[in-house]
Design a protein around this ligand. Structure first.
Ligand SMILES: *[C@@H]1O[C@H](CO)[C@@H](O)[C@H](O)[C@H]1NC(C)=O
Ligand SMILES: *[C@@H]1O[C@H](CO)[C@@H](O)[C@H](O)[C@H]1NC(C)=O
Ligand SMILES: *[C@@H]1O[C@H](CO)[C@@H](O)[C@H](O)[C@H]1NC(C)=O
Ligand SMILES: *[C@@H]1O[C@H](CO)[C@@H](O)[C@H](O)[C@H]1NC(C)=O
Ligand SMILES: *[C@@H]1O[C@H](CO)[C@@H](O)[C@H](O)[C@H]1NC(C)=O
Length: 245
């Protein structure tokens, strides 16, 4: 029994070995990942230093599209959507991109030939995200029956490629808001959240909208404090106006 288990372990190890090698191979190829907000300026750069006295350096947008090539002390910029927006720093090999666009997302390739003509390649995965649009909470239903308040909220998101989370005053609700609908039954007046927030996010930005709850079963777009503040803004000048006339 014991030896069988040992054999089994050995077999597992033999199975795992190629997997580990694969992982280190991929690391050796060093694909970096860069995530940025659209509109920003960025510098694509490998983490290692360039080979000394390299002969040629080329940046590719895709395997078929060259962006810039440095050869014998000169940089040649190719006709691409990057023209006028990129600058190569031959010292570090960095590719500086101005006003990066969502469409610039790609796996970039940097190919370098060293003094003896041997080619080396690096990959950088660039992901560009637009800022998320602001969500708007739509109050679909507030209904009170038998001391239970039934709420149905809809988080309206113009762009669906974002993640959305509902928050109450005790933190996020565990339910994902895939369909962006939040349905709640508030059974007891003491166990309600003072507000409900829908937050949308992507890796570079986040925005939210909030509605406020007043027991037993009322929802409003702004809290009582805000309401008083806006009431004062309207009323004070009116009263002053009345006093002055
Ligand atoms: C990007 O660089 C340009 C030119 O140097 C500059 O005018 C602009 O303000 C920069 N934009 C950002 C978001 O840093
Ligand atoms: C060029 O690259 C090859 C392979 O990476 C390496 O063996 C060689 O030493 C390099 N030569 C120079 C001059 O850097
Ligand atoms: C309300 O209270 C009940 C029982 O005390 C609990 O199970 C439930 O999770 C609470 N609901 C909220 C939204 O906090
Ligand atoms: C949404 O969240 C998941 C899990 O956290 C993440 O893998 C994915 O990249 C996110 N999508 C966006 C667009 O932020
Ligand atoms: C909602 O957005 C505001 C700023 O607009 C931020 O201060 C707040 O932390 C956000 N709330 C959540 C739950 O993300």
């Amino acid at each position: 029994m014991r030896s069988r288990r040992w054999e089994w372990c050995l077999a597992m190890e033999l199975l795992l070995l190629p997997l580990l090698l694969l992982a280190t191979n991929i690391q050796g190829q060093s694909t970096r990942e860069v995530i940025v907000l659209s509109g920003s300026n960025l510098s694509l750069q490998i983490s290692e230093s360039l080979p000394d006295n390299y002969k040629q350096l080329t940046w590719f947008y895709t395997i078929h599209q060259k962006i810039v090539e440095w050869d014998s002390g000169k940089s040649k910029y190719f006709d691409s959507k990057f023209k006028g927006r990129v600058m190569l720093d031959p010292q570090s090999g960095a590719l500086n991109i101005y006003k990066v666009q969502k469409e610039d997302s790609s796996t970039y390739l940097m190919r370098v030939s060293n003094a003896t003509g041997k080619e080396q390649e690096w990959k950088i995965l660039l992901e560009v995200f637009d800022p998320v649009p602001k969500p708007v909470i739509k109050i679909e239903k507030t209904e009170e029956a038998n001391n239970i308040c039934y709420l149905k909220l809809l988080c309206v998101i113009p762009d669906q490629s974002v993640n959305c989370t509902w928050y109450g005053d005790s933190g996020p609700f565990s339910k994902e808001c895939q369909s962006s609908v939040l349905e709640l039954r508030v059974p007891e007046p003491q166990n309600y959240s003072k507000f409900y927030t829908c937050q949308v996010s992507n890796p570079v930005s986040s925005k939210n909208d909030t509605v406020y709850f007043t027991p037993p079963c009322t929802l409003a777009r702004s809290s009582g404090v805000d309401w008083i503040a806006s009431w004062l803004v309207v009323m004070v000048p009116t009263i002053l106006g009345l006093l002055l006339t």
